[in-house]
Design a protein around this ligand. Structure first.
Ligand code: ATP
Length: 482
């Protein structure tokens, strides 16, 4: 729509023979630089402590980032709690008894091999040298240049240490949790008692974890502070393998249902030498990021390792007693462990698109960048825009905005050329733009613009909130699949 009002044909769509148009009108080249730039430009994610020069690999989420990541977590909770009745929630403390990390094996085993370079003073993951670049120019792999002088690898524990108590010397050493899972195991008995569940059943948790990663990077893919979405599913031991396969399929489906293209998603089983000490089988859900196939989520068969270890270290019995059969056993555990930040990055990357459209009212082609996010994930579902800021349009637009925001996350945007406002909403992934024009004042209808198809239709203001809610929750398939 141009400032002049609605036109009979859809002016947003540029004909394929327009100058510069590509055959399919879109671009498939998504680089991490483009993603980082969009996230900063539109207020999704900022480098943390930027005014002080930043702090290594920590990020702050801005308004749209908070809404998007919140929706990712909400969809995870929905799949874990709302759509089934065998999983309960928990929110355990970040600071836990230090013995937790002894029992879990993190105190001795949660290490990465670290090598220092005596020449440049940089530190590297000794097992990733071939993927890393040394800081010197021309850049080479660490240890490759003649002047490099790498130390032998030594184990470096990834847990952040802190002190409980006001005085460092007399306080107790504690650790910021490196995963949320242990907070679930140590509450097994509490949950069993109060949730009235019997295996198979699960306990789910979302929360912050902290790892002093040696080589963080690739934006929010690997950071030192991040959010995890983990669920421990306790099963009778003979059923473990069956439930492991079940959760692999279930978790892959979750990403696809939220719009991730199937050809950008795969399951990769860990080789025997990759398996953690506790795991008899692990598979990763991997996504084809701009940096290549990388882990999105790990799904592990942890056996009875965790409950047995915590029982041993705490002296508490952590087992299930079946009153019906008189059977007593330590359940085995299947764990789907996902990262909320990494999943958010995958959804942004998968949604990122560029296409050629017509600049409103000019006939000139311009590239539009947009996030084709699943409407349920989109930070803002509907933007309400008065076409011009006069003639009673802003007043009616405010009325519409107040009516719809009770139903869906909405935004009022009153200023600037309509084309620029559309582009802004496209870049944050808003699936619907509601435009109020002169006709709206006469017949109480508005135009509803679809982010993906750019189709515009006139719909009544009456019942608009309900209609938007219906559309946001309708089945959706990414147009990037064609
Ligand atoms: P990686 O091999 O990438 O270090 P991991 O196998 O150590 O990951 P898990 O311990 O299985 O990871 O954690 C489960 C999930 O938590 C990961 O699949 C990932 O999504 C997320 N995650 C782990 N470490 C980080 C990190 N440093 N930054 C962001 N997300 C992370």
């Amino acid at each position: 729509m141009s400032e002049a009002g609605a036109r009979p044909h859809n002016p947003d769509v540029l004909s394929p023979d327009a100058p510069g148009a590509q055959a399919d009108g879109s671009s498939d080249v998504v680089t991490m630089e483009k993603i980082v730039a969009l996230c900063k430009r539109r207020g999704f994610v900022f480098p943390s402590s930027e005014i002080y020069g930043g702090v290594g690999s920590t990020y702050d989420f801005g308004h749209y980032g908070v809404l998007l990541k919140g929706n990712v977590k909400h969809e995870w909770w929905r799949a874990m709690l709302q759509e089934r009745d065998d999983i309960v929630a928990i929110d355990s403390a970040i600071l836990q008894h230090p013995r937790v990390w002894e029992a879990s094996g993190h105190l001795t085993g949660f290490t990465d091999p670290l090598a220092d370079c005596r020449t440049c003073g940089q530190r590297f993951r000794a097992d990733h040298l071939q993927e890393l670049q040394c800081g010197r120019k021309p850049s080479k792999h660490p240890g490759e240049a003649e002047e490099c002088s790498l130390t032998a690898a030594r184990d470096f524990n990834l847990m952040f240490e802190t002190t409980i108590g006001p005085v460092k010397e007399s306080g107790a050493t504690a650790y910021l949790r490196p995963e949320t899972a242990q907070g679930i195991f140590i509450n097994f008995k509490n949950v069993l008692q109060f949730a009235r569940k019997k295996p198979p059943f699960g306990i789910a948790q979302v929360g912050k974890s902290f790892r002093n990663e040696i080589t963080p990077g690739n934006f929010i893919f690997r950071t030192r502070e991040f959010e995890q979405m983990e669920m421990e599913y306790f099963v009778p031991p003979p059923e473990a393998q069956e439930w492991f396969s079940y959760w692999l399929a279930e978790r892959e489906r979750w990403y696809m249902n939220l719009g991730i293209r199937p050809d950008h998603l795969r399951l990769r089983a860990h080789e025997q030498d990759e398996l953690s000490h506790y795991s008899s089988a692990t598979s990763d859900v991997e996504y084809l990021f701009p940096i290549g196939w990388s882990e999105l989520e790990g799904i592990a068969n942890r056996g009875d390792y965790d409950l047995t270890r915590h029982a041993e270290f705490s002296g508490e019995k952590l087992e299930y007693f079946d009153q019906g059969t008189g059977e007593r056993y330590v359940p085995h555990v299947i764990e789907p462990a996902a990262g909320a930040d990494r999943a958010t990055l995958a959804f942004i990357v998968d949604a990122y698109d560029e296409e050629l459209v017509e600049r409103e009212g000019t006939g000139q082609g311009e590239r539009r960048t947009l996030l084709r996010l699943h409407p349920r994930l989109a930070p803002v579902k509907a933007a309400v825009l008065p076409l011009v800021s006069k003639d009673g349009q802003p007043e009616l637009a405010r009325e519409v905005y107040h009516a719809v925001r009770g139903r869906v996350q909405a935004e009022y945007d009153g200023g600037g050329a309509i084309g620029r406002r559309y582009r802004r909403q496209d870049e944050i992934g808003t699936p619907f733009c509601i435009t109020i024009d002169h006709q709206s004042l006469e017949d109480r209808t508005v135009t509803l613009r679809d982010r993906d198809s750019l189709a515009q239709e006139r719909v009544p203001i009456e019942g608009l909130g309900e209609e938007l809610e219906r559309r946001v929750n309708a089945p959706w398939r990414t147009p990037k699949l064609g």
